[in-house]
Design a protein. Structure first.
Length: 499
């Protein structure tokens, strides 16, 4: 028996019929577990129209009331965190501890949104000219949309809609069709917390639903996380129709290891950041840059730790890493091992030979380690998005920094060293939006913003934190004059001055 997954529109499950649908799989078994309705333009329009009607009232709802709803959502999400995580594991394949960590990081953004009254405060300057005050306010945009990826089916939506809704907008979410169920539970929890119907909707589907959202004239802004190619399409299409866009694209995150680094601690970090969630993270470390002479010792330590990882389903409490999201993606990632060997790299650890504690029909690939990779190889150039860690060897800190900065991506970069001067230079000169110093995955905490550089971000503002509030609101500056009744009147065509 498979489940039927449908849209959430105007505060309830959609009751219409769909001509198109997709299958949802359990990656650990390879079996279909559900079908999900795919929205066409008419369904997207229905969701957007409901959102527009709700936004007209929600924007005038007091900040105190909005905050109450956010606190209620936060409580319900915390109480049912394990249930949300179980849905993530069942459809994505990541182990339960990883899924629970994903939801907890999303919960931090909900907690940030609970303080929206502080985050949206304006400014006032009195007597900027005689009898004139100037002040600023921030107002919601109206209807905004989010398009989110398969790798974080709970966390990335939670990066978007809590702040957007707290700011007074209505939000339409289009999650990945590969693991859609977590988004529906989030919608139910939000409704249970008292969110008015239509303020948060979920439409499922493929490129048809995406393009309908990008073209819809009522949608004022679009948030996106996914590959660089699709991020560019989202940015170009939505901005052409006058929308505000933040589109986070691909990544090729480097971890530079200097000769003075603690190699045991560094190897632990490389394995954790490279193979967590089977490498299906936009902030995963995919390239280790070993500065001579640490290459041999570091590769040996990474290989030793990689061999100890247990690969199995989320139902296995001892599993460290689960399967990949689809069979096609598993085969694509495995193909980079043959390509790297043909290009002259050393396959130090071949994940195709790793012991798997799961059904043969699952989408399995063990952790893999490539050594002596060069920038000319496809394993280096492409965003593999799987459990493949590449080691590039360079002669100096300067060569390592130049290698990182030559990458077309600029999501994250890290350095492991005990040299404070080198670390300070790296954090100042590296061309990446998020930088770690002895931290392999430098994802900012909620009060800061998440966003990369170069081909990793299309748009001016990152997600959550101060950038998130700015993105989901529009600034307005008011200049007010309340003259005394006896003040003089008269026409003055000269340019006004502050005096």
């Amino acid at each position: 028996m498979t489940r039927h997954i449908t849209h959430w529109i105007d505060g309830k499950p959609w009751t219409g019929s769909s001509d198109r649908a997709g299958e949802v799989f359990d990656p650990a078994t390879g079996r279909a577990t559900g079908t999900v309705d795919f929205a066409d333009g008419a369904v997207v329009d229905q969701a957007v129209r409901a959102a527009a009607q709700a936004a007209a009232t929600w924007r005038t709802t007091s900040v105190a009331r909005r905050t109450q709803v956010l606190f209620g959502f936060r409580q319900r999400l915390a109480e049912r965190l394990s249930e949300v995580a179980a849905l993530v594991s069942a459809e994505h394949g990541k182990v339960l501890a990883d899924a629970e960590g994903e939801v907890r990081r999303g919960l931090e953004i909900v907690e940030l949104a609970c303080g929206i009254g502080q985050l949206t405060k304006g400014e006032l300057s009195e007597e900027v000219s005689r009898g004139i005050d100037t002040f600023s306010i921030r107002q919601p945009l109206g209807v905004v949309a989010g398009i989110t990826p398969f790798n974080f089916p709970a966390m990335v939506p939670l990066w978007m809609f809590p702040l957007a809704v707290a700011c007074g907008n209505a939000f339409v979410l289009k999650p990945s069709e590969k693991d859609p169920s977590a988004s529906l539970l989030l919608a139910e929890l939000f409704a249970d917390a008292g969110l008015p119907d239509g303020v948060f909707s979920v439409v499922h589907g493929d490129a048809v639903a995406v393009d309908a959202l990008l073209a819809h004239p009522t949608v004022q802004a679009v948030s996106f996380v996914g590959s660089t190619a699709v991020a560019r399409h989202v940015y170009e299409t939505a901005t052409a129709s006058g929308k505000r866009v933040q589109a986070l694209g691909g990544a090729k995150n480097h971890l530079v290891v200097l000769p003075d680094a603690d190699l045991d601690r560094t190897a632990d970090a490389c394995v954790s950041a490279g193979f967590g969630s089977a490498g299906e993270r936009c902030m995963a470390i995919s390239v280790v840059v070993a500065v001579d002479p640490v290459g041999d010792a570091l590769v040996e330590r990474i290989a030793e730790r990689t061999g100890e990882l247990r690969v199995g389903p989320a139902t296995d409490p001892q599993a460290d890493m689960g399967p990949l999201i689809t069979r096609a993606h598993r085969d694509r990632v495995a193909g980079y091992l043959d390509a790297a060997a043909a290009d002259g790299a050393t396959v130090a650890v071949d994940g195709r030979r790793h012991e798997i504690h799961g059904e043969d029909s699952g989408f399995w690939l063990g952790p893999s380690l490539l050594d002596r990779v060069t920038p000319a190889m496809s394993a280096y150039r492409d965003e593999i998005f799987g459990p493949v860690l590449s080691v590039v060897r360079v002669e100096s800190f300067e060569a390592a920094l130049a290698l990182v900065n030559a990458s077309p991506y600029g999501n994250g970069a890290a350095i492991f060293t005990d040299d404070g001067r080198a670390a300070r230079r790296f954090q100042r000169e590296v061309e990446a939006g998020m930088v770690g110093v002895n931290v392999p995955i430098p994802v900012p905490v909620a009060p800061f913003s998440f966003g990369g550089w170069k081909a990793s971000l299309f748009g001016d503002l990152g997600m959550y934190g101060p950038d998130g509030v700015r993105f989901y609101t529009r600034a307005k500056v008011i200049t007010a004059h309340w003259p005394e009744p006896t003040s003089g009147r008269g026409v003055e065509l000269g340019f006004p001055t502050n005096s």
